[in-house]
Design a protein around this ligand. Sequence first.
Ligand SMILES: *Cc1c(COP(=O)(O)O)cnc(C)c1O
Length: 376
Amino acid sequence: MKTIPFNKPFIIGRELSLIADAVAQGHLSGDGAYTKLCHRWFEDKLGCRKALLTHSCTGALEMAAILCGIQPGDEVILPSYTFVSTANAFVLRGAVPVFVDIRPDTLNIDENLIEAAITAKTKAIVPVHYAGVPCEMNRIMAIAGQRDLLVIEDAAQALLSTYQGRALGSIGHFGCLSFHETKNIISGEGGALLANDARFAGRAEIIREKGTNRSQFFRGEVDKYTWVDIGSSYLPSELVSAFLYAQLERADEIIARRRNICTAYATQLAGLQQSGLLRLPVFDENSNGHLFYVLLDSLDTRGKLIAYLKARGIHPVFHYVPLHSSPAGRQYGREGSTMQATNDLSERLLRLPLYYEMSGDDITRVCAAIGKFFAG
Ligand SMILES: *Cc1c(COP(=O)(O)O)cnc(C)c1O
């Protein structure tokens, strides 16, 4: 029996030949020709002011935390239902993550609970576009505007999703993308910081280049290259950028395929939803097909379904342990609302296999197995 894994990284076309070209060009460290091509691609395609590749979305979030001027004791509002890096990047600057509950429909931060979580110490809001489905950005930007807060979109899962015609990651002051091998567009590890506000673009380059003005020096804007600010090494090597560029060339095709897989899942599982046996995700043609989940009636059913599918060579996964209930979340953060939806939904969510090479038969096999589980 063929195994259907949860994820399978996919080579779409010219990745290896572009890496060979980068090697032939003799520029292996960062910010060579391929990194520049990627930057231009993001700026043109997403309409962000400045794109900077990083070694990960985690790195991009850390850069955003530095650029926001986060100081020890500052507070940052974010969902508890997210990956650790959303919180950790700010905790590293000494901030307190203030966790807000999610909406039961999209599983994104509940915009109606944000204002009550704001205090005099609040500096930023970090909406996470879960599954590539947009947060209510108009409301979030309005709340931030009234209180002079910065907004960092964790768009790790949201490349090429849109909200009212605008690319996710290009709406807040900052957007952070991931090209980890489990995301839609990949480079193994990889990420990007989108700086959408002109105020931050110059300093972003410096922080990314170890706190030096190296980028300005290479553009001939300063005559000496020196240490001018705090920073670290956040940029990827040209080998990674070349791989990424080959995926970006075919990005629309990759997204279209993933959307089709999500639609096929939704169609084939609609009957089980109608029977009240599970709930399907909310998504439309504006989201990028990043992931597909089902919500079951209980933790117990989820455990049984996982075992049932694994016995049939199908490998679903669940996430996240809510950050407010994790050891580090309890140590460094606090709850800014009740956590009712987060506690409930995180126990019942199951992600189904989803990767470019998944065939129609694979999808049918997964759906048929879920159907049989409920029939038996
Ligand atoms: C994947 C992910 C990250 C981390 O991305 P890396 O590139 O692995 O650092 C951060 N936030 C969310 C919501 C993610 O899904």
